[in-house]
Design a protein around this ligand. Sequence first.
Ligand SMILES: N[C@H](CCC[C@H](N)C(=O)O)C(=O)O
Length: 260
Amino acid sequence: MSQIEFYKYQGTGNDFVMIDNRQQQFPKNDTKLIAKLCDRKFGIGADGLILLELSKLHDFTMKYYNADGNEGSMCGNGGRCIVAFAKQLQVIETDTIFDAVDGLHEAHIKDGIVSLKMKDVAEVEQFSDYMFLDTGSPHHIAFVDGIQDFDVYNTGKSIRYGAPYFEKGTNVNFVEQQNENTFKIRTYERGVEDETLSCGTGATAVAIAAYHSKKTSKNNVFLETLGGTLEVSFGTDTNSYKKVFLKGKATMVFKGFFEL
Ligand SMILES: N[C@H](CCC[C@H](N)C(=O)O)C(=O)O
């Protein structure tokens, strides 16, 4: 038996088990173990598990697994949390460039607030009743009325498994505009298969979708999630969205050990 040290982090209530895996001691192909560690009754409890690993060219590599134990696409809140974790481990100071599943990310951390550069977005699909774009993870976006009482779980789940996504799935965001550049957002997350308190790539997608569909003319947008507020800013000088930044608090909650 060996003991593995973990940290628990949260970013606007999207919570993660975080492990320093620079020595490659964690059995990352063990899907069942990852799912169990993320289980809220039989494990530590989290929306996902993140490994900090060595990178040949950059400060570190982020490996992200959804709560179901499978490797996920990019996680924006997890990306913000791993920057805070890397600072705590003294892998970085205030500025970093790291590798993730969707490419390189730059980030800056100050007073527990992380600003994370997201990948460029070249394509935003606009349909009559929804929008779709990829900000590192796929996002379906629907603007709704009365978001507080909206059935995010059941509606989100049927969209996630329905056409045109089917097995591969998508994350599903429901959005209601509050004022010129503030939007309330609730997200059903693929891989967690439930509503989470916040989704960083989802917040990023909603900000760009709102601008793209002319619901706002501002290129800095505030997203009110169930777990707190995120800010997204982006450049708007071409058809694609570049210099996209996701900003918000990332916090360590506790530290512990589990037995392998
Ligand atoms: N919570 C994450 C999204 C994870 C994406 C995952 N649910 C997937 O589609 O693989 C975020 O903050 O961006």
